[in-house]
Write a protein that binds this ligand. Structure first.
Ligand SMILES: Nc1ncnc2c1ncn2[C@@H]1O[C@H](COP(=O)(O)OP(=O)(O)OP(=O)(O)O)[C@@H](O)[C@H]1O
Ligand SMILES: [Mg+2]
Length: 331
């Protein structure tokens, strides 16, 4: 069986202000039927651009992509019949219509019969736990409930491939968890339900995806199961240090031999900086500790930690995703 999604050397160039921007640079990936596949990368990596090409909203500058064996550029109408796209932060339909009226409206666009539309809407509202808001105007729903409605809309037509662009963007921990569990469950239940999701939340990609492609500046840097990606780091040492100053600066490790990469996260609230560094040898860590002591920084904790997908990214790029103020996305 050939792959349900396949891209061959996709290049996408945008005009940009002063010079052209290469948003995708020879991207070749494949996804098998039934897989949950994640595209993980920082802001501006090219995730949305790739999803737009695969959902026929944007043409590639070069290369070709296929969904269900159909070319996204030449057979867009065939592709559209078998997919759905749900984007985080998107307004799901019309503000003056209620949640259930919006779903009804979309069910009619998809051409569902009246009886199957009613049953499907009822089921989705129960499964995604927004029965009690069925009659609430969409514009009055909270972000979390808008996103539930968004996902329900995307599932109305029982897509063969569900595309999710940052499905849990801006949602609280509990709602994110629920939606993630629901998506995994949907893919399993449908047996051949395939999901391509983009995210910049490492834990989300790790928890949900069968395989993950790490993308940075339009290029795929690695692609494998989360476990295998992490196993490649087994020979390295990853140390995490927390110091009691939000202004601590660890950039001195840039010039140190044996340092593969690092990331630092500052928390203004607690006036601390958390620093993670990947080393080829454990003994380099004592040199780092000496430097910290020279700076009179109080060390709150220092431990060796297990690799995460963030560390996979650090090993490839030499830096972390997010520097600066702590983002509060926990799982
Ligand atoms: N319509 C456009 N015109 C010009 N440049 C664009 C356009 N759309 C995207 N880009 C550029 O292409 C690059 C990739 O953008 P894209 O939106 O695909 O990234 P992303 O990985 O989805 O990022 P984010 O995590 O912020 O959503 C960026 O440099 C962006 O500025
Ligand atoms: Mg995006």
């Amino acid at each position: 069986m050939s792959h349900i999604v396949e891209t061959c050397d996709i290049v996408r160039v945008f005009k940009g202000h002063d010079k052209p921007v290469k948003a995708l640079d020879k991207v070749s990936i494949y996804i098998d039927e039934g897989e949950i596949f994640g595209l993980l990368g920082p802001n501006g990596a090219g995730k949305t651009t790739l999803i737009k090409i695969l959902t026929t909203l944007l043409l590639p500058t070069k290369g070709e992509a296929y969904v269900g064996g159909f070319s996204v550029s030449k057979e867009a109408h065939k592709v559209r019949q078998m997919i759905s796209l749900v984007s985080g932060g998107e307004t799901p339909g019309y503000g003056i219509l209620s949640a259930s009226e919006n779903l009804w409206f979309f069910s009619q666009l998809y051409g569902l019969s009246s009886s199957s539309a009613k049953a499907r809407i009822k089921q989705l509202m129960t499964d995604l736990e927004f029965d009690e808001y069925a009659k609430t105007r969409m514009s009055k729903l909270s972000t979390g409930y808008k996103q539930r409605l968004n996902l329900a809309r995307g599932l109305l037509n029982n897509p063969k491939v569900l595309f999710l662009d940052e499905p849990t963007l801006g949602l609280d921990v509990l709602t994110s968890k629920k939606l993630r569990a629901y998506i995994v469950d949907w893919a399993k239940r449908e047996k051949e339900g395939t999901v391509l999701l983009t995210t910049h939340y490492m834990a989300e990609a790790d928890e949900m995806c069968d395989r993950v492609a790490i993308i940075d500046r339009g290029r795929i840097l690695a692609c494998d199961s989360p476990l295998r990606l992490k196993q490649k780091l087994e020979d390295n040492f990853i140390m995490k240090v927390e110091v009691s100053s939000v202004q601590a600066d660890f950039s001195f490790v840039d010039d140190m031999k044996g340092v593969i990469g690092y990331s630092q996260t500052r928390s203004i609230q607690t006036d601390t900086t958390s620093f993670k560094v990947m080393l080829t040898e454990e003994k380099i860590f004592s040199k780092i500790m000496l430097k910290l002591k020279e700076q009179n920084l109080k060390i709150l904790s220092a431990n060796e930690v297990e690799p995460t997908l963030e560390d996979v990214y650090i090993s490839l790029v030499g830096r972390g995703f997010e520097e600066g103020e702590k983002t509060t996305h926990e799982t």
